[in-house]
Design a protein around this ligand. Structure first.
Ligand SMILES: [Zn+2]
Ligand SMILES: [Zn+2]
Length: 111
């Protein structure tokens, strides 16, 4: 769930998880595709921080997850059919099912 911004364009007026176009510093509505005006600079910074940007969407997501054992952002790996932290080696129990699927696919490619 990202940050929701109300679109100000006529005929839209929807609340959308808008994207920041970092090259033009415009906030783009995902419903109508037009730029939303009157977005505060604070909101823009927040979008950037969240990675809710046009560029970020195009990039492949990096596989990183918070390890609850060592409190670090780490790349999880597959070991004995468990998702484990690549840093401390302990099982990561907070892995969403979709994430687990991706890790399993990558593990398969490695071997
Ligand atoms: Zn819109
Ligand atoms: Zn760890």
């Amino acid at each position: 769930m990202g940050m929701v911004i109300a679109c100000t364009n006529k005929g839209c007026f929807k609340s959308t998880e808008a994207l920041l176009d970092v090259s033009t510093d415009e906030v783009i509505c995902r419903e109508c595709g037009k730029s939303i005006i009157q977005v505060t600079s604070f909101a823009k910074v927040a979008l950037k921080t969240l990675g809710q940007t046009m560029k970020a969407r195009k990039k492949a997501k990096q596989l990183e997850l918070d390890c609850l054992n060592c409190n670090r952002k780490v790349a999880p790996k597959l070991k004995n059919n468990l998702i484990v932290c690549s840093d401390c080696g302990k099982e990561m129990k907070n892995v969403p099912a979709s994430f687990r699927y991706v890790v399993e696919m990558m593990g398969r490619n490695d071997s």
